[in-house]
Design a protein around this ligand. Structure first.
Ligand SMILES: *Cc1c(COP(=O)(O)O)cnc(C)c1O
Length: 416
């Protein structure tokens, strides 16, 4: 391993809280599907900020919108209406599934989950929730209650109160039916589990979840934080099954790279939250609103959903054609792709970054996750797949152990 003497890396390691397992590299620039480190080395980015830059890094429309808005007005609280916020709300609601027409604006996925939780309680007058095994909902104490993986919750003991949450096996229709009662405020699930290993739900499971929640008077809330905004080949992953939920949590790709979050819901749910029942200072700020307008328009104009669908199919086909005995399964939807290995993925992820200049991330210890932008070219996909084929071949069992040490804990570095 090269010992780095980057002053930037040193400063990050010295001053950051220490919750992240930092890679030995300093990224300084991005464009489309590429990023560059401080030494000018180029990488093909199949992480894009955990699925944020779905329209590509520094999309020119978003850059222009942010520059213009920064010079005009950056902050305005939500009690004071703003032209960009109004424009964004119109733009967002125009792409939402029918019936979702009220929006709570915030700044991240976790905040969107927190809002969903509160709106579900006031919206139904109930307090119990059903969440999914292997599900991921964010890191605040409230959102953690819906997150299944114990390692995210255990350090905080009883501060994470999930006594009112029942976990059901993802895809288990009978289990879901048994768990949802007249006390259930909402069922919360990701249409494709991201952190949980890139697992698409079957359309039947989502359709049954819709039917069961309706029967019991509970809300169906889809966490589309990672799947939304073209990632899976549709504007929202729910469109693959035709299921229309009562609410959706949104964030990551919504503003093309600028922090943003939203809980979107029906009139009925919104109407039951008392005025002043929730709020946030930065939510709906004109800067992120301008970025969001530009990002959603770019998605529509450039047919990003269709691009993600087509390129996702191409990429999965090529990944399946590798045919390595180390691969257990290639699965995904659109450009949300997971390759489950028969061994730990960390050494391969490390080798891809270090030796091949390809950024990927883990999703559970066995899965290599690919979240490239919809703007990635077929040539770049070919390069990524060829690089993956090489590391699968070249990382020998001994190197694997060494790389595993070097990449120690990286599998735990799921920082979303
Ligand atoms: C990333 C993610 C979150 C959390 O969003 P943050 O913006 O990191 O707070 C919640 N749910 C899912 C499905 C996610 O992928």
């Amino acid at each position: 391993m090269t010992s780095t003497h980057s002053k930037w890396l040193d400063a990050e390691l010295k001053y950051d809280s220490g919750v992240y397992n930092k890679h030995e590299v300093v990224m300084v620039r991005g464009q489309g599907a590429q990023v560059w480190d401080e030494n000018g080395k180029a990488y093909i980015d199949c992480v894009v900020g955990y699925g944020v830059a779905t329209i590509g890094h520094s999309h020119p429309d978003v850059v222009k919108a942010v520059q213009e808005q920064a010079a005009r007005l950056m902050v305005m609280p939500q009690t004071l209406p703003n032209d960009k916020r109004a424009e964004f709300l119109q733009e967002l609601v125009s792409v939402l599934p029918q019936g979702l027409e009220r929006v709570f604006l915030c700044n991240s996925g976790t905040e969107a989950m927190e809002a969903a939780k509160k709106f579900a309680i006031t919206g139904t007058g109930r307090k119990r929730f059903v969440s999914m095994k292997r599900g991921f909902s964010g890191r605040s104490l409230g959102a953690l209650a819906f997150t299944w993986e114990p390692k995210y919750r255990e350090p905080f003991g009883e501060a994470v109160d999930n006594r009112n949450v029942d976990f059901v096996t993802y895809g288990d229709i009978e289990g879901l039916r048994a768990a949802v009662t007249e006390e259930t405020a909402a069922v919360i699930l990701e249409p494709v589990q991201g952190e949980g290993g890139v697992r698409p739900a079957s359309p039947e499971f989502l359709q049954e979840a819709r039917r069961i929640t309706k029967e019991k008077g509970a809300l169906l809330i889809l966490d589309e934080i990672q799947t939304g905004f073209c990632r899976t080949g549709k504007m929202f992953a729910s469109e693959h099954s035709g299921v229309i939920p009562d609410g959706m949590t949104l964030a990551k790709a919504m503003a093309g790279g600028v922090p943003i979050g939203a809980f979107v819901m029906t009139q009925e749910v919104a109407n039951k939250m008392p005025s002043g029942g929730h709020g946030t200072t930065f939510g709906g700020n004109p800067l992120s609103m301008a970025a969001g307008v530009a990002a959603i328009r770019a998605m529509k104009r450039e047919g990003m959903a269709e691009q993600a669908r087509e390129k996702g199919e191409y990429m999965m086909e090529k990944l399946r054609a590798i045919g390595s005995p180390k691969i257990r399964e290639v699965r995904g939807l659109g450009l949300m792709i997971g390759v489950e290995l028969k061994e730990k993925s960390a050494p391969y992820i490390h080798a891809l970054e270090h030796d091949e200049g390809v950024l990927t991330l883990a999703a559970t210890p066995l899965v290599v996750r690919f979240l490239p932008p919809a703007t990635i070219t077929k040539e770049q996909i070919d390069q990524v797949v060829a690089a993956f084929e090489r590391v699968l071949k070249n990382v020998s069992p001994r190197e694997e152990r060494q790389a595993e040490l070097a990449a120690a804990n990286k599998e735990d570095a799921q920082t979303e």
